[in-house]
Design a protein around this ligand. Structure first.
Ligand SMILES: [Zn+2]
Length: 70
């Protein structure tokens, strides 16, 4: 967990920063970030991850649902 393939870039539309976090695409979109990722996983750079965290503070229930799924 938390390991990003070398060279992975942030998937937020228009962002070209290096990715630091890999997250569920649906969750990132729910947080209001526009991503160009088509897969289940979205890579976020440091600053967009911060933004994502800010928008999804109250997501403990979601987090649990996510783990239940796997
Ligand atoms: Zn970014």
């Amino acid at each position: 967990m938390g390991v990003i393939a070398k060279g992975a870039k942030c998937n937020v539309d228009g962002c070209t920063n290096d990715g630091t976090r890999s997250l569920n695409t649906a969750r990132v979109e729910t947080a209001g970030l526009k991503v160009n990722s088509t897969g289940k996983k979205t890579v976020l750079c440091k600053s967009h991850y911060k933004e994502y965290k800010k928008e999804s503070k109250d997501d403990r229930a979601l987090e649990r649902a996510r783990y239940d799924k796997f």
